[in-house]
Ligand binder design. Structure first.
Ligand code: AVJ
Length: 328
């Protein structure tokens, strides 16, 4: 615990040495399947995070600026409806959007604590330090952990809490684990708590595909970068130039997929795993799914987890949605 003039900051880590094995485990599991697959979390090494930040500024990638606009317009309403004294942020990577909400709580004079939860210790510390300095009287209780496993370690509530999960990241979960995640969240929520969830909306597939295959090729670089991660972290020898970026919207499943397609036959050795992998010409490796929602799909997912939709905030073009829900 590290007392400061402004408030108190404490950060607790629940990650152990076993958590480092997830890349190796995921690669072994994912590259030996009939449809080769890699979990999207591995896209975000330092370079990948930089490229993702660049994506958020692209003209085609409407999500980040639209969500920010919705939050700016609605933050006051959210705070008035929830009476939240505490902001629990899952995946605390979105500092500027967080500030919009903390500002509104500060203005309403309800703000007491910020609880960032993230797998990256650096991210949690950075969020803690910048924000505690900005809001006098607010304390920060950081949780370094996986929000699918460590939500049991949240500090006891000081009053009504606002849980936030922004950016549309929930779309990365396959349908089953999406509901499992929401159920896990609901279990730690109390009767006075609310969830504020950012989700991308179903729309003209051309708009969605352009957002994931931008004309400057930034998303392609972001996707291909995961091969550099495997080369570096696991001693693999992917020929990155032998793969191309693919993004397509699956209308039936209502999600977009990013894949990497081998342009011709590729033999890859993953030294750290003693694994040899073959790619046939045009064979693809799936690196991300990103689900798009209709209000009905959202309501159903929330209901399946015991949550009730209170309000659905959107932008005039209905590109993106931020939903507010509570225990049903
Ligand atoms: C951060 C997971 C919400 O799915 O749109 C951006 C990541 N992938 N471009 C998304 C991403 C390709 C993004 N999320």
């Amino acid at each position: 615990m590290e007392p400061t003039l402004e408030g108190t900051v404490e950060v607790h880590s629940y990650l152990g040495p076993a958590d480092d094995r997830t890349l190796a485990d995921d690669v072994l599991d994912g590259l030996t399947r009939p449809l080769k697959e890699l979990a999207p979390k591995h896209l975000y090494d330092a370079r990948g995070s930089e490229l993702f930040d660049a994506i958020c500024e692209l003209p085609e990638y409407y999500q980040t600026r639209t969500e920010r606009l919705i939050l700016r317009t609605r933050a006051q309403d959210v705070v008035a409806r929830t009476g939240a004294v505490e902001l629990v942020e899952l995946g605390s990577g979105s500092a500027d959007k967080t500030r919009v909400l903390l500002d509104a709580m500060d203005d309403a004079q309800t703000l007491r604590r910020y609880v960032p939860v993230d797998v990256s210790e650096t991210t949690v510390h950075a969020a803690a330090e910048t924000l505690v300095a900005r809001y006098p009287g607010m304390s920060v209780h950081g949780v370094v952990g996986d929000f699918e496993r460590h939500l049991g370690h949240l500090p006891a509530a000081l009053g009504p809490r606002l849980f936030v999960f922004l950016g549309g990241t929930i779309g990365n979960f396959p349908p089953g684990s999406r509901r499992r995640f929401l159920r896990g969240l609901r279990k730690v929520m109390g009767a006075g708590d609310h969830l504020l969830l950012g989700t991308d909306l179903v729309k003209d597939p051309r708009i969605i595909e352009a957002a994931y295959d931008d004309s400057a090729g930034v998303t392609a670089q972001f996707n291909l970068n995961v091969l550099h991660v495997l080369n570096r972290e696991l001693g693999a020898n992917f020929d990155v130039d032998g793969f191309e970026h693919v993004a397509f919207y699956d209308r039936k499943r209502q999600w977009i997929e990013m894949r990497l397609r081998a342009t011709d036959q590729q033999h890859v050795r993953v030294e750290a795993l003693g694994l040899d992998v073959e790619f046939a010409p045009r064979e693809e490796l799936r690196t991300e799914i990103s689900a798009k929602f209709t209000p009905e799909r959202l309501r159903n997912d929330l209901a399946a987890a015991g949550l009730e939709l209170v309000e659905l905030y959107s932008d005039p073009d209905e590109l993106f949605a931020v939903s507010l829900s509570r225990l049903g």
